[in-house]
Design a protein around this ligand. Structure first.
Ligand code: XIL
Length: 376
């Protein structure tokens, strides 16, 4: 689950607005079509049922309003409950939310047969009250599975039945309230071979198609996504996703979306060919989303690193805005106060658009200005 990138060039800090303008101006005026219209429509529907006041003022959400994409964040439920300024920003700054942990298998079924939906229900309720959609995350993964599942010696047939039940029960529980489901998370290795997981070993490669079919049966209206890291640019991993998506679609498997996590680091350089990559999924008829964007750096932060970071955020955002069917851009936490990065990547951090005091960093302004420009 640990995203590691290998390139070594540093991101170049460039004049941000100028770079943004030249890229966006090259987009045809009609380059915001069906999926974007639909993202807007999903927004109005959610807002109509919500009770909170609409987005106003100087926020990412307001800037994104006419852009055709939703702007999102992952939400940590303890932070949402305990930190009022943080909670206010989740509601004001974003139009879609993702559960950082509370929909994962180990969280929803810590003991076999005993579900705990309460924290995830709270997020879904919060989203509804604030006119936000929810990206469900995630149904089949090699990580954050409950110990009762991974440490017992289930037979392949038992594991298949357990996975089917897990997907069916979870998707059914949230039926009608989830915009996108990250159905299959991180199924490929960097070289494009399938990752060796409990699922591949026991069920064979068909587990991916099965997962999508089971999810679709349980909620036919949710958009179902593949999701991974290091699959943003053109490389062996994104090639494998392209081939898989093409094959699944030709077989009638209900896969509708391509998710790119977007965990970058300024010391690794930008992924290359991001727009080309997203566009080839456009052409396959899939929608796409950036699902977990953050741009980490070796600590301490300084102005040059922060400028490079802003460029990392906007490079992915511009690709989303310029592609036909990219419908959302979600950051994996919006403040360094709660980011997962320092706990996982030694000596690295400062990976989000707001610092630990909730002060806006250059990345925040760059994201907001890029959205505003696209909304004009
Ligand atoms: C991370 C969470 O942010 C952490 O709180 C947790 O301890 C581990 O998982 N890819 C994913 C996310 O798909 O679910 C991961 O989230 C980050 C990497």
């Amino acid at each position: 689950m640990t995203p590691r990138r290998t390139a070594s060039a540093a991101l170049v800090a460039a004049p941000l607005v100028a770079a943004t303008m030249s890229l966006l101006i090259s987009a045809p005026a009609n380059a915001r079509p069906d999926a974007h219209t639909e993202a807007r429509a999903a927004g109005s529907a959610a807002a109509a049922t919500g009770s909170a006041t609409g987005p106003a003022g100087d926020t990412l959400r307001a800037a994104a309003k006419g852009s055709g994409i939703r702007i999102g964040t992952a939400v940590d439920m303890a932070a949402l409950a305990d930190d009022a300024p943080h909670r206010q920003l989740v509601g004001a700054e974003f139009s879609t939310v993702s559960p950082e942990n509370v929909m994962k298998w180990e969280a929803v079924e810590p003991t076999q047969g005993t579900y705990n939906w309460a924290p995830a229900d709270q997020l879904v309720d919060f989203a509804r009250a604030h006119g936000q959609t929810v990206r469900g995350h995630t149904l089949v993964w090699h990580s954050q599975n409950p110990a009762w599942l991974t440490e017992a010696a289930f037979t392949p047939a038992q594991l298949r039945a357990l996975l089917r039940k897990h997907i069916t029960d979870e998707v059914r529980h949230f039926k009608g309230r989830i915009w996108h489901w990250d159905v299959a998370n991180e199924v490929f290795n960097e070289d494009g071979t399938l990752r060796d997981t409990i699922w591949l070993r026991n069920l064979g490669p068909g587990y991916i198609a099965d997962a999508f079919r089971w999810a679709h049966q349980a909620d036919p209206k949710a958009k179902l996504y593949l999701n991974d890291y290091n699959n943003e640019g053109l490389n062996a991993k994104s090639d494998a996703y392209y081939a898989l998506a093409k094959k699944l679609r030709s077989e009638g498997v209900p896969v509708q979306g391509y998710g790119m996590q977007g965990h970058l680091g300024i010391q690794y350089g930008l992924p290359s060919g991001v727009l080309e990559n997203v566009r080839r999924f456009d052409k396959l008829g899939l929608e796409s989303a950036f699902t977990e964007v953050d741009v980490r750096m070796p600590l301490p932060a300084d102005p040059i690193k922060l400028a490079a970071q802003a460029q990392g955020f906007t490079t992915l955002l511009q690709a989303c805005l310029l592609a036909k069917r990219c419908v959302s851009y979600t950051v994996w936490g919006f403040t360094d106060r709660y980011s997962w990065v320092p706990g996982v990547f030694d000596g690295q951090g400062a990976a989000t658009p707001l610092d630990e005091n909730l002060t806006r960093k250059p990345a925040y302004t760059a994201i907001r200005d890029t959205l505003a420009l696209a909304s004009e």
